[in-house]
Design a protein around this ligand. Structure first.
Ligand code: SF4
Length: 308
């Protein structure tokens, strides 16, 4: 089946099933084209709360679909490929987090949204790459347990001046952790008029040389509102699709097209799998109610802190 036929079939099935498709910014172009909403994982989980659709297809990796289920417990949430993990989320298990909590009993636990639901249920606060600094600054404690991304932990420590206890010590993204200062120097020579945007899951020595550090959504806003017309995009290469759809009047170049450009887990979510998940109503995400309740409470606590 050609891509256009498949797109039409997905759109027809979406109506038939009263479904919405939420697609992460890193998805293939054809998956973003059939989506009702495109955004980062947190955005999309919130979008899911606004929709009246009975079925939510989450075109992203597993922890994102599980998070959407936690925040929308009464809905049917489908994960097109439940085998799609994330090296950051999979770096932290419940036993490790419990041990660190016992070692530092009165220290708040702040977890990055890229964590699996069982550990997320043990967090006091859940943050995105765009809210981590603000949340940690607002906590009265000068020491914070933070994980699972080690580079984001370094960046947060650098920006807030607080002592960050990393849990685990070395959680890394298979894409961003491979960015180097040499890559950045190379694109500056190749595209001298472009602004360089880098995701905070990259190493701190690279972030310190960027023109802009931010989450995928912050990159979209920055590119849209900036007086510049050209940008180097230092995040997963699928992001170029989102930028070309949402900021179509500007030009974007990838930081790298090498082996670390594309996340192998994001690449597992194809239009064909989105189609099959809707056609066969698979794979439905199931998580314990108590886990979903604990995650919602942590999200709510975080929201109050940010708004307070
Ligand atoms: S790009 Fe990195 S953070 Fe995102 S899913 Fe892949 S491994 Fe995880």
């Amino acid at each position: 089946m050609g891509s256009k036929d498949l797109i039409n079939k997905v759109l027809a099935l979406k109506r038939e099933r009263n479904a919405v498709i939420l697609a992460h910014n890193y998805m293939d172009y054809d998956v973003q084209v059939v989506a009702d909403f495109i955004g980062d994982s947190y955005d999309l989980a919130l979008k899911a709360m606004e929709t009246k659709a009975e079925v939510i297809v989450f075109a992203g990796v597993r922890f994102m679909a599980e998070q959407a289920k936690a925040l929308n417990y009464d809905r049917i949430v489908l994960a097109p490929d439940p085998g799609a993990g994330c090296t950051i989320a999979d770096a932290l298990d419940v036993g490790t987090l419990r041990r660190v909590k016992e070692e530092y009993p009165n220290v708040p636990v702040v977890l990055y949204v890229n964590s699996n639901v069982d550990v997320k249920a043990l967090a006091d606060y859940i943050v995105t790459s765009s809210t981590a600094i603000k949340v940690i600054r607002r906590l009265s404690s000068d020491v914070v347990i933070f994980g699972p991304d080690s580079n984001l932990a370094d960046y947060v420590a650098y920006m807030t001046g607080k002592r960050i206890i990393k849990v685990p010590p070395n959680g890394k993204c298979v894409v961003h952790a491979n960015y180097t200062v040499d890559m950045l120097r190379e694109v500056r020579t190749k595209y001298p008029g472009a602004r360089v945007m880098i995701h905070p899951e990259a190493p701190l020595n690279v972030l310190r040389l960027a023109d802009f550090v931010g989450s995928t959504n912050q990159m979209i806003e920055y590119a849209r509102n900036s007086g510049y017309d050209e940008f180097v995009v230092g995040t997963e290469i699928g992001m170029l699709n989102a930028l070309r759809i949402k900021v179509s009047n500007k030009t974007f170049y990838p930081l790298t097209t090498g082996p670390s450009a594309r996340c192998p887990f994001m690449a597992m979510i194809t239009l064909d799998k989105v189609y099959r998940s809707l056609r066969d109503m698979v794979h439905e995400v199931e998580i314990p109610k108590s886990t979903a309740d604990a995650i919602r409470e942590a999200f709510e606590r975080t929201r109050k802190l940010l708004e307070g």
